[in-house]
Design a protein around this ligand. Structure first.
Ligand code: PLP
Length: 420
């Protein structure tokens, strides 16, 4: 066996069902441990999962929380296999990406960059941006940005973190912020020594969600289809969290094409994205933009008559026809209700599977409500919940989780000498 460097550019051949995309990547890296398992949830004395028992629903988890180690794991590594291959192929030496303070995407990007010898720059949106700056100017050693959750790993791999406020992010938009930092870093006056060569900076959009990153989830669909083939299972619903839209684009477009190609497969499952920010129209628009970026050709999905395609065949309608987006943001992005947090803990107690408060926990909590509100749509069905990772986000919620944690887990002084 030869050990392969993570920098090896592997020529990419797309699965045949994906021939409807004209914009196909040249290369991919191997960064993730694939395939991730499909795991059935055993309903043992469940309370939060009681509706599944009552309705005879089988819940299967696609464990993309297991794609890689803690520092690289979750859904983003699949996208990074394509994005960073492009960065290496283009001869870039640094990468900028952007996200929230506890961004899983930024943490995974920074880690992967270091694995392949690129320099990571993260723009993190934080309500503490001004505070951090003010404290710094008073005391050079002050480090109030902290080390909690994803930030610990961002810092362990030596990322340069550039903070901005939510207001700046909202006003200027993430592409403009990324471009502005890129201009700074590439400018000849930027602290690059004379003998050092000019930086060449690769830009990755928020969540890695563009046409190229989405190939990670086209590949994930191929992996999933092989798993279904080998176990002869019929799936009725596929459910996952959606934030920047790339995962939803890959799973919905990929599954639609894979089932369309494979006549032996029983009917296409219903595909549900649970939006953890914004509103459903934002997701339909974003996914339509991604599909166009991938240069999708949907003509063969519609019948022809008199040389013309029948019915309204816009890409946006195609996306809307094959994906149901649910509103799941609750209190807003990264803000949790007590019920959502209780659900995450109780789910972990009953299944041994840890969700996160920002994405997977919110999405499954919301989808359980959907099942309770529309029981007849789900009775006797088989549902796959695609767990996209994010468990480091729980660290930031420890204060809010504390009471529930104390009620499910006790800590006792052990009677080591048997005196009681
Ligand atoms: C853990 C986790 N799950 C789901 C998502 C949503 O994926 P996407 O941004 O592709 O919609 C993210 C995005 O940051 C994430 O970190």
């Amino acid at each position: 066996m030869t050990i392969q460097s993570p920098k090896t550019l592997l020529p990419y051949i797309a699965p045949t069902f994906a021939r409807h995309f004209k914009n196909v990547p040249k290369y991919r890296l191997k960064l993730a441990n694939l395939p991730t398992p499909l795991q059935e949830v055993v309903l043992n004395g469940s309370s939060v999962l009681q509706p599944l028992r009552d309705l005879d629903i089988q819940l299967i988890i696609k464990r993309d929380d297991m794609t890689a180690g803690t520092e690289l794991g979750g859904n983003k590594v699949r996208k990074l296999e394509f994005l960073l291959a492009d960065a290496l192929d283009g001869g870039y030496d640094s990468v900028i990406t952007i996200g929230g303070e506890q961004s899983n995407h930024c943490r995974a990007t920074a880690t992967a960059c270091r694995m392949i010898g690129l320099e990571p720059h993260l723009i993190l949106r934080t309500g503490r941006a001004n505070e951090v700056e003010a404290n710094k100017s008073q005391d050079e050693n002050d480090d109030s940005f902290g080390y909690v959750g994803n930030i610990l790993f961002d810092r362990m791999v030596g990322s340069t973190i550039h903070t901005c406020t939510p207001g700046e992010y909202g006003r200027l938009g993430s592409p403009a912020l990324v471009q502005s930092l890129c201009d700074d870093l590439e400018s000849p006056s930027c602290d690059v020594g004379e003998e050092e060569k000019q930086k060449k900076v690769y830009q990755i959009p928020v969540g890695g969600s563009n046409g190229l990153g989405t190939w990670g989830y086209i590949e994930a669909v191929d992996e999933f289809m092989h798993q279904l083939d080998s176990c002869d299972e019929k799936i009725d619903h596929v459910v996952f969290a959606s934030g920047s839209g790339g995962t939803a684009a890959g799973i919905s477009l990929g599954l639609t094409m894979a089932y369309h190609q494979n006549e032996n497969m029983p009917g296409l499952p219903k595909i549900h994205a649970v939006g953890v920010c914004d509103n459903p129209d934002y997701f339909y628009d974003t996914i339509t933009t991604i599909a166009k970026d991938m240069d999708i050709d949907i003509s063969s999905f519609y019948e022809f008559s008199e040389g013309k395609i029948k019915s309204d065949t816009s890409i946006e309608n195609f996306v809307r026809d094959h994906l149901i987006v649910h509103q799941g943001k609750g209190r807003g992005y990264a803000s949790s209700t007590a019920e959502e947090l209780d659900f995450i803990i109780q789910f972990a107690v009953e299944t041994g599977i840890c969700l996160d408060p920002v994405y997977s926990g919110k999405a499954l909590y919301q989808f359980m409500k959907e099942i309770e509100e529309n029981p007849d749509s789900y009775r006797n069905k088989r549902i796959v919940f695609w767990h996209t990772g994010g468990s480091l986000g729980n660290f930031e919620k420890i204060d809010a989780l504390r009471a529930k944690l104390q009620s499910v887990s006790t800590v006792k002084r052990m009677d080591v000498y048997g005196r009681k």
